[in-house]
Structure formats: structure tokens, C-alpha cells
Design a protein around this ligand. Structure first.
Ligand SMILES: [Zn+2]
Ligand SMILES: [Zn+2]
Length: 642
């Protein structure tokens, strides 16, 4: 009896029934088979050793697939549990899932005191067990047998988990001397695990309920190569150094004050200068692209949000309304700018010839976030969106998308983000009823987005079922210098608000039609974007954006006047900077300027003053020799070209 196996590239191969994914891999190449961790069988991840008994579509998963990685890490959790049981007999186990990077296991050590001092011992044990190359063996068990097993073992957590499972769907996995309740899948054997690091230890209530016992959550990460673990740990170190909260303080960009309120950033002069430059940069590009700046207030009448639907959806979880003292009218801090912009659209009749209209606003909005969720500039309660709303005809969606993509790519280019993919979120094809707007318009908009992205040559991933109920969208996922992914730049189609606000235009047929609304924000918010930018460039901003582009370092106070004359001249060229007139040794002044990451240091002493020159040092690069003022201005012009 033969089965058909369809591979991701469309190739169909025949195998005898009962062939495993591993054997399929082996038929392709031995190298591939050696690297197969698991397999996606008809969309479900299976053990590579599990027999295939029907026609299937098959994707072999390796370390390079996210699902391969998560299988690897989850399997590592079993191995860590085995090590813990060997070292600390009587340990009980909760759950051990993979997470974004690595895995954890919740364990009950009983009365045993446990701390990070024990990490090394556990890591060694894990590697020792890994070397035995024990297979992860799957076994179906009856509920009664499963209960008996963990009763004998005395593990009430596993018994609690079994309680919620149906007889006939329970599986055990055994590797080496350890058996766990698990539905799988797992990697073929423990030999794949070559490097391990226990990361941290925390408390976690069983099932997340504080009425239950607090277990010890052990976080760890494993890799198939020691070098990959070393790279990862290096990356973490680097990320720590680049943490925008740390650099924001050191570079005096922003601060928080408990008196002002949590999650409400204060932009310090240097941060404000940087932010202002970002705003001007985008404003200029937007005016060129046909956007019209608008300005709207920070609050809006409750009625506005009833119309928009936000009140019903988010009202209870938002900052509570402000009441007028006399009439008792209720106003909300605005959580988004869209409703205000809809009202701007309605200020006059629009014809098909007027469209598209594009309203842009750096609109500050306020959203209530739980205090535990707040994080530097990336999760705040008040932030400014580089927002715009485009109102267009359905047939203009594609062109508008292409124009927004151009703008986003222009922004990324100017700021040094080179690695990005576009994620296109479409309807769930299985369930089309939950979406608002006509089928015809959705189909047109979805195709428009796909075509626009293709014509712009974007690397894309299509996600079905990820669209909002009110329209499909395109998000830019950007990889920063450390390879971390950030979501920046969203372009979102909206059929909902035009409906709710009864927006109209007169068509060429003289009939009333609904415009399509597109929300877009290349930065997302200035706060979040600046945070990402700081971490991406480690505080070494592109020269055009640097709050201070140079610092003049006079060797002694005798050259203060000369320093001042240089700075006055540079001012005329719109080149901004500082003078360090402190009574300090030049070596110290240079070191301090390096810490502040100021791009250029201009050292002036007797020789420079006599020759009418400056000695130039570039941050992180060192001496560039002595330049005349004109030469330095030329250099700056060259380097600031966006
Ligand atoms: Zn498992
Ligand atoms: Zn919007």
C-alpha cells in the first residue's frame, strides 16, 4: 500500500504506508535527515519518527524553522526535567513549554532550597544526559494507566493535568529514565542538544492562580551548537548595553517622573531636538507625497467615541472621562486620531475627483496600560503617532498602498533599517462572516495590497485570518542590528469607520458612495520608534538626526574665543553642536565626548588657531587630521545626505 507525500515545493513522492518523515528526509539527502527535528504533517507538527499512514502534505522542520526550534526547546525541557529528577529525587513537575527563546519548566522542589548557585550542576547533568542520545519515545496510554503512573510517582500536578484530558487522547513520552505526560512532538533524540544555559529562576503559581502553591520556574535555553549559544549570550550582552532606557538616560534624551505619572515620558532638550528632526523629516516627505497636515484637540466628546465604536469596545479600559463642571458633558482623552479625522473629512462635500484626501497629524494619544505592562518608551500611556488617514475610492487602494510603501521605505532607508519583511494580514477564508464591509471590496483591497507589495518588490509573508474585522493590512517587520524583530509601519484598510461616520463622496455616476479609509503610520509612534532606533544604532544616530553633531574641545581656556567663532560659523551652516569649556585635560574631554556619542570632536589649540583650522576626531573612528572650516562643512554635508 503506497501513500502520496506532497512536499512544500509541490513535488509529490510515493512511499509505502508507515514510512516516517525521517525516512522521507533520508530519501532526499542524508544531510537533511541528520538535521530533521520534526515534521509538519498536514499543518500539524509531528515527531519525525511517527509513521505516515495516509496521503499527506509534509514539511520537514529543521533548526531553521520556528516550529523546529520550538520543538527542540520543548524537548530540552523534558531533558532538563530528567536532569532535575536525577539530581533532586522527588522533584515534582508542572508544565515545561518552549517560549520565544528557550523554554522553562515549573517544578516543585519540596522543602529543598534552590538558587542560581545550582545552575552549573544542572547544566552539566543536562549535557551528560544529552550525550546518551536517548530517543524520545511516544506511547499512547489509557487514562487509568496514566493516573496510576503519576499516583505511584506522587506528582499531583501531572494528575491535575490528566484530570482535564479525555481517555484515548493521552500520550507519554520517555527519554532515558524520564517519562512525562505530553502530547508532543519532540526531536528524535537528546543527542541534538549540544549546548545549554540556565538563564534565570522565578516563582510561578500553579496554573497561574495565587491560591495555588508557588512553584519554581526555571528558564533555560539550548542550542544544537556551542557557538550558537555563545553568539546568543553575546547578543544578550549587547542588547543590555543598547537598552534604550539605559542609553536614554546616558544621552539625556528622555526621563520619567513619578510625580508626572507612570508611563508618561518627558522629552529632555536633546531628545526633543532629535524627535523634532524626525517630525520635520517625515513632514517634508509627506507634503511631497500629497498629505495635508491637520491639527485636532487632545480630547473628544463621548459621543464621538460612541459613533466610532471605541466607547463600547474600550471605554471601560480607557482613562475615565473628564466632565465639564456645569453641563456635566463627558470627554475622553483621545486614544486615536481617526474619529477626529473623519469629522474633518465631513466638513465639506467630496466628489470622486477630490479623492484621495490625506490628512496627516502628529497626534498625541493616551491609552491606559496596566502599570506592570509599562516599559521605557516602548509601552507608555501617552504617545504621539505619526498618523495619517487617507480617504480614497476602492479603485485607488492599490496606488495609495504603493505610495505609502514608498514613504515607509524612504523612512527606513534614511534611518538605516535594511532588513525587513512585509506581513500581509488577510481574512480567514473559512469564516468570512465576521468581517465588516462587502465581499467585493474586501477581495479588491486584499488583491490591491498583494499586488502593491509585489510591484514594490517587498519580501512578503501572507497571514490568513490575521486581518482586523474592519479591513486587511500590511505591517512592516523590521530586523534591527541585533537581529531582533520589531513591528514598525502599519498600513491598515478600514471599512468600519467610513460606515459609522457615514462618510460619502459623489461618484462619476452622481450617486453617493462610501470612501475607503486607510490608516497608516510609518514610525508607529515617535516614542516606540525612537526606542527601537536607539537600540538599533546603539545611540549612534545618523548624523542628520544627532542632537549634537559636533563638540568643540579647546585645549585650554586661551582658545575659548576661537572655539566660539567656529561654533558661530557652523551655526550659519545649520550645523549644531557644543563647546566643552570645562577646565579639564583634553584627554578627559575626548573621553566624555565619546561616552556621549557625539559624532565629531573638533580640537582647537594654538596650532589650529594659527592655521585657522580644527583637528577633527570622529566618534568611534579616531583622528581625521586637521581641516579648514570649509573642509569640515563639506564633510558634514556629505555625511548628512539622507
Ligand atoms: Zn513534551
Ligand atoms: Zn487611524
Amino acid at each position: 500500500m503506497m501513500i502520496k507525500v506532497t512536499l512544500p515545493d509541490g513535488t509529490v513522492k510515493e512511499f509505502s504506508k508507515g514510512t516516517s518523515s525521517y525516512q522521507v528526509a533520508l530519501s532526499i539527502s542524508e544531510g537533511l535527515a541528520r538535521n530533521v527535528l520534526a515534521a509538519e504533517v498536514n499543518g500539524e507538527v509531528w515527531d519525525a519518527s511517527r509513521p505516515l499512514n495516509t496521503d499527506v502534505s509534509l514539511k520537514l522542520l529543521t533548526w531553521n524553522d520556528d516550529k523546529g526550534k520550538s520543538t527542540f526547546w520543548h524537548s530540552s525541557a523534558h531533558l532538563m526535567a530528567e536532569a532535575l529528577e536525577a539530581l533532586y529525587p522527588g522533584t515534582k513537575f508542572g508544565i515545561g513549554p518552549s517560549i520565544e527563546t528557550g523554554f522553562y519548566y515549573d517544578v516543585d522542589f519540596g522543602d529543598r532550597h534552590f538558587s542560581s548557585d545550582d545552575f552549573k550542576k544542572i547544566e552539566d547533568k543536562i549535557l551528560e544526559l544529552a550525550k546518551t542520545k536517548s530517543e524520545y519515545i511516544r506511547k499512547e496510554v489509557s487514562k487509568a494507566d496514566a493516573i496510576q503512573y503519576f499516583k505511584d510517582k506522587g506528582d499531583e500536578y501531572k494528575l491535575d493535568l490528566i484530570d482535564g484530558l479525555n481517555d484515548g487522547e493521552i500520550t507519554f513520552y520517555t527519554q532515558g529514565n524520564f517519562t512525562d505526560l505530553c502530547r508532543g512532538p519532540h526531536i528524535p533524540n537528546t543527542g541534538f542538544i549540544k549546548a545549554v544555559k540556565l538563564m534565570s529562576v522565578a516563582g510561578a503559581y500553579w496554573r497561574g492562580d495565587e491560591k495555588n502553591k508557588q512553584l519554581t520556574r526555571l528558564y533555560a535555553v539550548t542550542y544544537p551548537k556551542q557557538s550558537e549559544l555563545t553568539d546568543y549570550l553575546h547578543l544578550l550582552e549587547e542588547a543590555k548595553k543598547r537598552d534604550h532606557r539605559k542609553l536614554g538616560k546616558e544621552l539625556e534624551l528622555f526621563a520619567f517622573s513619578e510625580k508626572v505619572g507612570m508611563g508618561l515620558p518627558l522629552w529632555l532638550p536633546k531628545g526633543a531636538a532629535l524627535r523634532e528632526r524626525l517630525v520635520q523629516f517625515l513632514q517634508k516627505a509627506q507634503v511631497k507625497a500629497g498629505y495635508e497636515p491637520v491639527i485636532t484637540p487632545h480630547i473628544g466628546h463621548k459621543q464621538l467615541y460612541i459613533t466610532s465604536g471605541h466607547y463600547e469596545k474600550y471605554g471601560a479600559d480607557a482613562f475615565q472621562p473628564i466632565k465639564t463642571p456645569q453641563e456635566g458633558e463627558e470627554f475622553f482623552l483621545k486614544p486615536m486620531n481617526c474619529p477626529h479625522h473623519c469629522e474633518i473629512y465631513k466638513t465639506k462635500p467630496r466628489s470622486y475627483k477630490d479623492l484621495p484626501v490625506r490628512f496627516a497629524e502628529f497626534g498625541t494619544v493616551y491609552r491606559y496600560e496596566q502599570s506592570g505592562e509599562l516599559h521605557g518608551l516602548t509601552r507608555v500611556r501617552g504617545f504621539t503617532q505619526d498618523d495619517a488617514h487617507l480617504f480614497c475610492r476602492p479603485d485607488q487602494v492599490k496606488e495609495e498602498f504603493m505610495k505609502v510603501i514608498d514613504l515607509v521605505l524612504y523612512v527606513f532607508g534614511a534611518l538605516g533599517f535594511e532588513d525587513y519583511t512585509a506581513q500581509i494580514s488577510l481574512r480567514d477564508p473559512e469564516n468570512r462572516t465576521k468581517y465588516i464591509g462587502s465581499d467585493e471590496n474586501w477581495a479588491l483591497a486584499e488583491q490591491s495590497i498583494i499586488d502593491a507589495a509585489a510591484e514594490k518588490g517587498l519580501k512578503t509573508v501572507v497571514e490568513y485570518g490575521e486581518a482586523a474585522f474592519y479591513g486587511p493590512k500590511l505591517d512592516f517587520m523590521v530586523k534591527d542590528a541585533l537581529g531582533r524583530k520589531w513591528q514598525l509601519g502599519t498600513i491598515q484598510v478600514d471599512y468600519n469607520l467610513p460606515e459609522r461616520f457615514e462618510l460619502e463622496y459623489t461618484g462619476s455616476d452622481n450617486q453617493k458612495h462610501r470612501p475607503v479609509m486607510i490608516h497608516r503610520a510609518p514610525f508607529g509612534s515617535l516614542e516606540r520608534f525612537v526606542a527601537v532606533l536607539i537600540e538599533h544604532c546603539a545611540g549612534n544616530f545618523p548624523l542628520w538626526l544627532s542632537p549634537d553633531q559636533y563638540i568643540i574641545l579647546p585645549i585650554s581656556e586661551k582658545y575659548a574665543d576661537y572655539a566660539k567663532s567656529i561654533s558661530d560659523s557652523l551655526n550659519n551652516y545649520d550645523i549644531r553642536g557644543l563647546i566643552d569649556n570645562r577646565d579639564e585635560k583634553i584627554g578627559k574631554k575626548i573621553r566624555d565626548a565619546e561616552v556621549k556619542k557625539i559624532p565629531f570632536m573638533l580640537i582647537v589649540g594654538e596650532k589650529e588657531q594659527e592655521d585657522g583650522k580644527v583637528s577633527v576626531r570622529k566618534h568611534g573612528e579616531g583622528d581625521l587630521g586637521s581641516l579648514s572650516l570649509e573642509e569640515f562643512v563639506e564633510l558634514m554635508k556629505k555625511e548628512t545626505k539622507v
